[in-house]
Design a binder for this molecule. Structure first.
Ligand code: PHE
Length: 341
């Protein structure tokens, strides 16, 4: 930079230039000195008129040279700053292609979905068809058609989420029974997976939303032996070939007789462990022979046809199979838990 100008504006310009480390402060400096309206040099130019006429040409020339020098210096500086900025960006954004890449974590299939994907082909292989029913149900299909009269405790507000006096969130997958019978003639072989809802407080074994799969088979001469045999076949596939199934008498309004079904503990093969609480058996589902009234509700003649039905908790089976001891883990979506599947 030439230092031939002994002008106070040149000195202050050089200081400003020195201080302007980036393009935007350079623009400010340019405005400060060269702006047509407010630039210090432009103002100075305007002062020329006040000088005695003989001094004007000399001073004018000097000012013009100064102005050109300022402008050149700014151009030069801005080239340098631009290059510096682009160099520094390049070095910041520099990619080392020899570094190992970041590992991309894959998602996992949720344990409930996973167990359902294991169960479904077993049922399909046994000749069952997969159907679905609505989660928002009428009290007719959820209760009435299943022989659950108005006064039955299962109708109590405490168990059921009502949407309107006659619409509710289904409390089980059983409403699909009569829905299917209305549409299909025997032989009927269906499984119905899905979400169900009950007004239960959350704890290690309860959740207001959980999953069930319903089974329904209606044909001629169906007996309790078919029920037991098909469940045995299913659980032997799902757990192991030596899994035993036992029926205990129980009551559900929509079956007669009704049963509670246990399987031999898959963890100790029945000899008694922590999971089966030393009993060797695990209660796994509710079942029974479809009540004649339910068949009638579905438009099927109970004199000609009989059927069995069962309902099992998918969450419960997932918990058993993957040894998950707290149901909340299934619904909290903690990534540390989900990653394990
Ligand atoms: N729906 C019953 C429940 O949710 C289970 C069940 C289904 C029992 C079919 C018998 C027959 O507990």
């Amino acid at each position: 930079m030439s230092l031939e100008f002994s002008h106070p504006l040149w000195d202050s310009f050089l200081e400003d230039l020195e201080a302007a480390q980036d393009i935007s402060s350079l623009t400010e400096v340019r405005d400060k000195y060269l702006s047509r309206t407010k630039g210090l040099l432009s103002l100075e130019m305007r002062q020329l008129g006040k000088l005695p006429p003989e001094q004007r040409p000399g001073e004018g020339q000097k000012l013009n040279q100064l102005k050109n020098a300022v402008s050149d210096a700014l151009d030069q500086a801005s080239e340098i700053r631009k290059k510096a900025e682009s160099d520094s960006r390049l070095s910041r954004e520099h990619l080392d292609v020899t570094l190992p890449g970041y590992e991309t974590r894959l998602g996992a299939v949720h344990p409930i979905r996973r167990i359902w994907e294991e169960m479904e082909p077993i049922f399909v292989g046994m000749g069952f068809q997969v159907v679905e029913g609505p989660e928002v149900e009428s009290d007719f299909y959820n209760f009435e058609a299943l022989n659950i009269p108005e006064s039955h405790p299962a109708r109590n507000d405490q168990d059921t989420f009502y949407i309107t006096p006659h619409t509710l969130l289904r409390t089980h997958t059983s409403p699909a029974q009569v829905r299917t019978m209305e549409k299909q003639k025997p032989p009927i072989r269906i499984v119905v997976p899905g979400r169900v809802y009950r007004r239960d407080a959350v704890d290690a074994t309860h959740s207001p939303m959980f999953h069930q799969v319903e089974g329904l088979l209606v044909d001629r001469n169906i007996t309790m032996a078919d029920l037991k045999g098909s469940l045995e076949c299913f659980f032997r596939e799902l757990f192991s070939a030596d899994t035993g199934v036992r029926l205990r008498p129980s009551y559900f309004p929509f079956v007669e007789p009704g049963a509670e079904v246990d399987i031999s503990c898959p963890f100790c093969s029945g000899s008694g462990c922590r999971v089966c609480k030393k009993s060797g058996w695990i209660e796994i589902l509710g079942a029974g022979m479809v009540h004649p009234r339910v068949l009638t509700m579905g438009g099927i003649d109970p004199e000609q046809y009989t059927g069995y039905a069962w309902g099992m908790g998918i969450d419960r089976i997932a918990m058993l199979k993957y040894q998950i001891d707290d149901m909340r883990l299934l619904f909290e979506n903690d990534i540390r838990f989900l990653r394990q599947f």
